[in-house]
Design a protein around this ligand. Structure first.
Ligand code: 9WN
Length: 434
């Protein structure tokens, strides 16, 4: 089948997941609006349907919190009961910052939105229309980024912390194991709950029950603190600096500078944010021996020495220096993360595959994810690592064509796992095709 027909298929996936206001990641598994998913989805739409791209981000930012936080889930009031945890569990109405007319979660996700908004502008032939939208969005984007620099920046050095694995978007990444293990399940009280995800997807491909208990323990702690950031910061055992989150923020800071320029607005604040995060990441997260950026445990004040694809993301944010970038490429293009012509190896798996606990099928513990590879592809292009970039682009297109628009893929055989008809897989496939 020619590639063009797969584009039609990809568009059908997005149509199926579009509910008239936004696009759910997957009808069965994720039946609400997700924060960074909508950013990637908007990038896909920007190639052929500007209105939908705009609508996708508008509906998300309509649910922005009063303190600027953009929630990781905006719930569909008419479609409750299929996902866990939902509003009855989050109880975000107890926060003075949660929005009045929307039901949301009480955490955030990697801020890809300024980057996505700039793409909508660049890819549209109707610049006037998108400029109107950007005028609406710009203050909201500034408010979101300001939230990070005021509320999540304890040392005032631009290293933004996350306080829940769900905020990283890479929920059960091995990167978080050493931190989560500190929550001793025999010592803490976790509220009762019933998972829904493991009834829809084979549990082998999902986080373990122990992971969920810790996720829920953290949500309970946030509720108890009425979602007050300062209080949470002092009590939360999971306060980490994630190289992926901070790289995505950097890419969006950069986009914010460009959007300000398009609108004739002041860009100095975004520039300051960009420089402080990038500088601190280079100084604090990089490991020159290994050739990767590590996550950082803010409580223990040390790098978390676990090698995942998040550690290459400074290429996407333009954060890595030239010499750091060369080392990242060397490690990325090795037996650990698939060499260019290696047999039985697709794209860049999410975790160093030489590690004993590497899994080809469990969620963020090894499989290949299209959004991660798409961002790495952008990063490789940016640093002019042409050969690796082209190879990655080819694989990102090949996986859905051969195996379907799945949520993630087996890094060895390409088999699709998780949910089928997954929105960002379809959207980013469309983006690469155009
Ligand atoms: C929790 C929607 C989301 C993605 C995340 C991915 C997964 C949710 C879950 O699905 O997380 O937020 O229930 O497992 O890890 O990156 O945004 O696609």
């Amino acid at each position: 089948m020619p590639l063009k027909q797969y584009i039609q298929k990809a568009k059908r996936v997005l149509d199926k997941n579009w509910n008239g206001r936004y696009t759910v990641p997957s009808v069965n598994l994720y039946p609400h609006q997700w924060n960074w998913d909508s950013g990637f989805i908007a990038i896909g739409y920007s190639r052929y349907n500007t209105d939908r791209a705009i609508q996708e981000l508008k509906s998300l930012f309509d649910a922005q919190w009063k303190n600027g936080m953009l929630p990781h889930i905006v719930f569909d009031k008419n479609n409750l009961g299929k996902y866990f945890p939902e509003p009855d569990f989050w109880k975000t109405e107890i926060s003075k910052y949660s929005p009045e007319n929307h039901l949301t979660s009480g955490i955030t996700q990697p801020p890809i939105h300024a980057f996505a908004a700039l793409k909508i502008y660049e890819n549209s032939s109707d610049k006037g229309k998108v400029k109107d939208f950007l005028r609406w969005l710009f203050p909201r984007l500034m408010k979101l980024h300001r939230y990070f620099y005021l509320e999540r920046n304890p040392d005032d050095n631009g290293l933004i912390y996350i306080r829940h694995p769900w905020e990283s978007g890479m929920d059960n990444s091995p990167m978080w194991d050493p931190v989560l293990e500190k929550i001793d399940l025999s010592q803490v009280k976790v509220p009762d709950f019933i998972r829904k995800d493991d009834k829809i997807i084979n549990p082998e491909q999902r986080p373990k029950d122990e992971d969920y208990k810790r996720y829920i323990y953290l949500v309970d702690l946030f509720r108890k603190n009425r979602y007050e950031e300062r209080k949470i910061f002092h009590e939360c055992p999971f306060i980490v600096i994630d190289p992926l989150f901070n790289s995505v923020l950097s890419a969006s800071n950069e986009a914010l500078i460009k959007i300000a320029d398009i609108l004739g607005e002041d860009y100095k604040q975004a520039e300051e944010w960009y420089l402080s995060t990038a500088r601190s990441m280079r100084d604090t997260l990089y490991d020159g021996n290994k050739g990767i950026f590590y996550a950082y445990d803010y409580i223990e004040k040390k790098q978390i020495k676990v090698e995942t694809s998040a550690g290459f993301m400074p290429l996407f944010g333009g954060v890595a220096s030239h010499s750091q970038a060369l080392k990242l490429l060397e490690y990325m293009n090795s037996a650990s993360f698939c060499e260019i012509h290696e047999e039985n190896c697709f794209a860049i798996p999410n975790y160093d595959k030489t590690k004993k606990d590497f899994s080809t099928k469990n969620y963020w513990r090894g499989p290949v994810w299209i959004n991660i590879n798409w961002m790495l592809f952008q990063g490789l292009k940016r640093y002019r690592f042409k050969q690796k970039a082209e190879h990655l682009e080819k694989t990102i297109l090949e996986l859905p064509v051969r195996f379907g628009f799945y949520e993630y893929f087996d890094s060895r055989y390409g088999t699709g796992y998780g949910t089928e008809d997954f929105s960002w897989t379809a959207a980013l496939f469309i983006d690469l095709y155009y």
